[in-house]
Design a protein around this ligand. Structure first.
Ligand SMILES: [Zn+2]
Length: 311
């Protein structure tokens, strides 16, 4: 266990609130979300050891295609809302290669590949890698970014969607991404926004806190500061994601209904029950859309998506 702040190395902190694993229920242990008394970065306390962390991730912690009717509807919805991510990244890349870190089943990279971009995925799960290749023809390497077997400066772009908040030391990944990027290469990062209305209103109930998997909670300034420390220049920032912001609010309100969590927890459901639960969850997401859009318009959206260029 390393009690110090991953940014400034100081140990003093102020406790904001306590919470447990509301989404996947992998543990009943309580953790605290604390603010560093020295540099104000928010983080999880106590920080789980690597062995503990592994137990907090369910086996199928990513989405894979499913031929049933509810599964196909979910796939259709996911492809639709993923368009938002593709639309943000596509203008910054020409022919690739693009490396998506934490690529899961590879749907994002498949969408880029359909635009003629060369793609490679990186994921810690060999099962995810298998799905990405079988269903999406996306090649995936199973490694951490620091140990990934790629030559320096070999990528036109690197994407880190919802990765940095899971790492004990996010700066190592930013440094590794910098080494892998060609001069002028683009880095795309998305994290939950710890200065969002959802965070302020819901605290430990906000799904973006995701105790105990999220180890660091970024505000926009924290993320920009981290990227600038590695000589990236932030070109664009977006606080709204069609895929993540409304669904995040729906999940905060009803974590037990979230489809991936139900699957990962192995909740027994008939096809009809599953469809009904998915429809209720989809209605919640639709109802959450106006509030999620409003908070983003007010500069307090629940995710931060940035495009940065290697200087
Ligand atoms: Zn600190």
């Amino acid at each position: 266990m390393t009690p110090e702040c991953p940014r400034c190395g100081q140990g003093e902190f102020v406790v904001l609130f306590a919470g447990s694993d509301r989404l996947y229920r992998t543990t009943t242990r309580e953790f605290q979300v604390v603010e560093c008394a020295s540099c104000s970065l928010l983080r999880l306390e106590p920080r789980p050891t690597p062995e503990e962390l592994r137990q907090f991730y369910p086996e199928n912690y990513w989405w894979s295609p499913d031929p049933s009717v509810p599964g196909r509807l979910e796939g259709l919805y996911r492809r639709m809302v993923l368009g938002d991510h593709v639309g943000f990244v596509a203008p910054g890349v020409e022919r690739g290669p693009v490396l998506d870190v934490g690529c899961g089943g590879g749907s994002f990279l498949a969408a880029l590949a359909r635009r003629g971009v060369r793609v490679v995925g990186l994921d810690s799960s060999t099962r995810a890698a298998g799905v990405a290749w079988r269903y999406n023809r996306v090649p995936v390497v199973c490694a951490s970014l620091e140990n990934a077997p790629f030559p320096p400066e070999s990528f036109e772009a690197v994407t880190l969607f919802h990765v940095l908040e899971h790492l004990p030391e996010p700066d190592q990944y930013v440094g590794a991404a910098r080494r892998l990027l060609a001069p002028g290469g683009r880095l795309y990062v998305q994290v939950p926004n710890a200065a969002s209305w959802q965070f302020l209103l819901l605290g430990a109930r906000w799904s973006g806190i995701d105790v105990p998997r999220h180890l660091v909670h970024f505000r926009a300034a924290d993320l920009v500061g981290l990227l600038e420390a590695f000589r990236f220049q932030v070109l664009r920032q977006k606080l709204f994601s069609l895929r993540d912001n409304p669904a995040g609010l729906a999940t905060s309100i009803c974590p037990g209904l979230e489809p991936m969590s139900r699957r990962a927890r192995g909740v027994p459901e008939s096809g009809g029950t599953r469809l009904l639960k998915n429809l209720i969850y989809a209605s919640l997401v639709a109802a959450a859309l106006p509030l999620a859009a409003l908070e983003a318009a007010a500069g307090a959206g629940s995710t931060i998506l940035v495009e940065a260029v290697k200087q």
